[in-house]
Design a protein around this ligand. Structure first.
Ligand code: NAP
Length: 491
């Protein structure tokens, strides 16, 4: 048996509900596909709406006891989960590579990043506090406390199958909330392995439930309408996010939305070009370009555009494309045929509008969904590729001459997740940060995601923040207790 098959044989493939494994109520299963071959590698139980209901019932039943579990105990369970994920890092990395395609090096990076949310929020669990103060008129006392929101539904995407789950589950557990996780249908195995680890760590029955399904709307819709649910946190496309916000409205359900991005990467003529090209490589090719934080538009000063482009083409052309498990691969396949088709359509559209292909530009032949690193120059400002998320290893380059022009190009999008700015002038960097409509900014840095920092966007990139001190607030309600002046009753 190969390492791959041996690992796949060890990963549970049923639903994790109420602390146990069970088949779908209908008995249905669905295949998980290896995007490097297009072949199935596992079959997973396909949750029905009844299974979704059972998962919410389990989360609801566990809520009271979990919210009363001492914060230190919750913290230690999270810490144990961090240790177990770290011990099993090789398993997590391999399963992630097998089901979504990225290279093992990328997957290991995600395991470290994803595990860190468990450690960070294990440390935050014991720091939830309120305040006691005197009202301005000196009479009443104000007691402000925090309490868990309650059972939460998490819907996550395929591009970071572990980290997008831990970024929600860790703060929820720390705050005292139970949860139901619906992972992406393309990548259920990582989530099921994670459920196995949480079980081993000793997370009590019902506190976390994991229900892969191919019927996302049919399974989650009734849960969003159910008054036992108190919170919805979604990471995925803006299109689906909008729909979920509407679905959440009748219950006035608290929502967190981590949606799409269209990150500009601005390079000024005073930038350190080595640093800018290194940053561009990371911002573009991390996760094979399948990241909401991926640089989607390269906005480069006209004086250095030629040199920047030449260096970027040279660096990107050296990236070997291949199966994520091959040591030589620097880029794996895209996740599926539809994703590759969309990338190709965006590239073809840009070319038909006048862009020139400086590198790549066409899918690779053979099995699997491989697409090579691609650089486009002379991309017209109205081109669709500058408006839509590319979600692939394609770098469209446009030029600018003034700072104001760079700002207006960067802000010309409904998205506002992250931007990257390369300049040696700190004043300019901070000035631009104040002008750009984004939730996050990388200043001379191509990757800025960090569990200790608040991750999230403005405009149609979402609502709320994950990670940092802010991340736990998404799972806490504030309660105010007004107290009459205790001095007034002094005998
Ligand atoms: P997606 O199509 O929006 O799917 C995300 C999740 O929503 C999946 O679990 C999906 O289930 C589920 N879903 C789809 N339709 C649904 C419905 N009607 N009701 C309930 N759930 C539904 O996005 P994706 O293609 O998986 O992921 C890529 C997107 O995620 C990109 O736009 C990217 O920018 C965004 N993203 C954002 C962040 C961030 O932090 N801002 C991070 C990572 C990714 P199925 O798998 O069954 O379709």
């Amino acid at each position: 048996m190969t390492t791959e098959n041996e690992l796949l044989a060890r990963i549970p493939t049923d639903l994790y509900v109420g602390g146990g494994w069970r088949s779908a109520s209908t008995g249905a299963r669905f295949d998980v596909i290896d995007p490097s071959t297009g072949e199935p590698i596992a079959s997973v139980a396909d949750a029905s709406p009844e299974d979704g209901e059972a998962a919410l019932a389990a989360a609801h039943e566990a809520q009271r006891a979990w919210s009363r579990t001492p914060p230190r105990e919750r913290a230690e369970l999270l810490r144990r989960a961090f240790e177990l994920v770290t011990e099993r890092a090789d398993d997590f990395a391999l399963v992630m590579t097998l089901e979504m395609g990225k290279t093992l090096a990328e997957s290991r990076g995600e395991v470290a990043y994803g595990a860190e949310f468990l450690r960070w929020f294990s440390e935050e669990a014991v720091r939830i506090s309120g305040r006691y103060s005197t009202a301005p008129d000196g009479r009443n006392r104000l007691l402000v406390t925090k309490r868990p929101v309650g059972p939460s539904l998490f819907i996550t995407p395929w591009n970071f199958p572990l980290a997008m789950a831990t970024r929600k589950i860790a703060p929820a557990l720390a705050a005292g909330c139970t949860s139901v996780l619906k992972p992406a249908a393309l990548t259920p195995l990582t989530a099921l392995l994670f459920a196995d680890v949480l079980h081993e760590a000793g997370i009590p029955a019902g506190v976390v439930n994991v229900i892969p399904t191919t019927r996302a709307g049919a399974v989650t819709g009734p849960l969003i309408a159910d008054s036992r649910l108190r919170k919805l946190s979604f990471t995925g496309s803006t299109e689906v996010g909008r729909r979920l916000i509407a679905d959440a409205a009748p219950q006035v359900l608290r929502v967190s939305m981590e949606l799409g991005g269209n990150a500009p990467l601005i390079v000024f003529d005073d930038a350190d070009l080595d640093q800018a090209v290194d940053g561009a490589m990371l911002a573009k090719l991390r996760n094979g370009g399948e990241a909401c934080t991926a640089a989607n538009r390269f906005i480069v000063h006209e004086a250095i555009a030629e040199e920047f482009t030449a260096r970027l083409v040279e660096r990107m052309s050296a990236h070997t494309v291949g199966r994520g498990t091959d040591a030589a691969s620097r880029i794996g396949p895209l996740v599926d045929a539809a994703t590759r088709h969309k990338v190709q359509q965006l590239v073809d559209g840009a070319v038909s509008e006048g862009a020139r292909v400086a590198l790549g530009g066409a899918p690779l032949d053979g099995p699997g969904y491989f697409y090579p690193p691609t650089v486009l120059v002379d991309v017209p400002a109205h081109s669709g590729i500058l408006r839509e998320e590319i979600f692939g290893p394609v770098a469209p380059i446009v030029t600018f001459s003034t700072e104001d022009e760079a700002i207006s190009l960067a802000n010309a999008t409904e998205y506002g997740l992250v931007a990257y700015v390369f300049t040696r002038d700190l004043d300019r960097g901070l000035r631009i940060a104040e002008e750009l409509e984004v939730g996050m900014l990388g200043l001379n840095a191509g990757v800025i995601s960090n569990p200790a920092a608040p991750f999230g966007g403005v405009k149609q990139s979402g609502l709320g923040r994950e990670g940092g001190f802010e991340g736990i607030e998404e799972y806490l309600e504030t309660q105010y207790i007004g107290i009459s002046d205790p001095q007034a009753t002094k005998p």
